[in-house]
Design a protein around this ligand. Structure first.
Ligand SMILES: [Zn+2]
Length: 267
């Protein structure tokens, strides 16, 4: 058995992110600076839109086997560290799915790298279509802070829909309410009907992981007006109708009732 493995960093993260406790409200931009001796390993990397960046949480504790996802919800039950993405773990390897915006020499400009400045990078791999599991089963770890939960949903939505359009912003605001009222959005028992733009429908589908069949959880009716989503869980029916379109400013600033009509029916 190998007692020890030596890993040498291949690069380092350059980022404005200095404190890991602050969840950014939008996708963090960062640069991965690859060390000159690994230049040859970057050949044809620019053909990929997305990458897996493996980082080393150099500040994390390594003697912890179970933890609560404290950044998300300190009141959550504890999980084994292999069931979490927490930095504390025997080998503190970070796994980051990022969008590759451009390659400039040894610098990789990426979006979505949630790592603090000077984090060592230990490997870079392309993201493939086969990496997708559209509707996986996952535990529901819900953030106590509404703004953080909204940021997490926004990040998920962007990963799926790939553009920060009006339909996506509206979908995230609607999904946040549905999650608060009905629980986990990818629950096999949660059904959702979307009426509105293809962007709204696509983002809601991405966030809820609702498929058209097997099991049928998703229905879409194209419509011109800003949109409506109807969520059904058992006998509960939640209807959320947009009063108007929203931009990024309104997305972060407005109250629910200013932009949405919300009604919940329980028989
Ligand atoms: Zn769109």
């Amino acid at each position: 058995m190998l007692e020890e493995i030596v890993i040498r960093p291949v690069g380092v993260v350059k980022s404005d992110l200095l404190d890991h406790k602050k969840a950014p409200d939008s996708e963090p931009k960062a640069v991965v600076e690859v060390f000159p001796e690994y230049a040859g390993a970057l050949k044809q990397l620019e053909k990929n839109s997305h990458l897996w960046i493996l980082t080393w949480f150099h500040l994390a504790r390594r003697n912890v086997l179970a933890a609560t996802p404290y950044r998300i919800n300190p009141n959550s039950p504890s999980y084994g560290v292999f069931a979490l993405r927490t930095p504390v773990r025997p080998n503190p390897v970070g796994l980051n799915l990022v969008q590759l915006d451009r390659v400039a020499g040894l610098e990789l400009y990426v979006t979505g790298l949630d790592a603090v400045n000077e984090t060592p990078v230990i490997d870079i791999k392309p993201y493939y279509e086969n990496d997708i599991v559209f509707s996986p089963r996952t535990p529901h770890i819900y953030s106590l802070k509404r703004k953080m939960q909204r940021s997490l949903l926004l990040k998920q939505a962007l990963t799926h829909h790939q553009e920060e359009c009006a339909g996506l912003l509206l979908a995230v605001r609607m999904a946040l309410i549905a999650e608060e009222r009905l629980g986990q959005l990818n629950s096999p028992d949660l059904y959702v009907m979307v009426e509105g733009s293809p962007c709204l429908a696509d983002t809601i589908q991405g966030l809820s992981r609702a498929r058209l069949a097997n099991p049928p959880r998703f229905e879409y009716r194209p419509a011109d007006w800003p949109g409506r989503t109807i969520w059904r869980l058992g006998s509960k029916v939640l209807s959320i109708t947009a009063r108007r379109q929203i931009d990024k400013g309104a997305f972060s600033e407005t109250d629910d009732n200013e932009i949405l009509d919300i009604s919940m029916q329980t028989p």
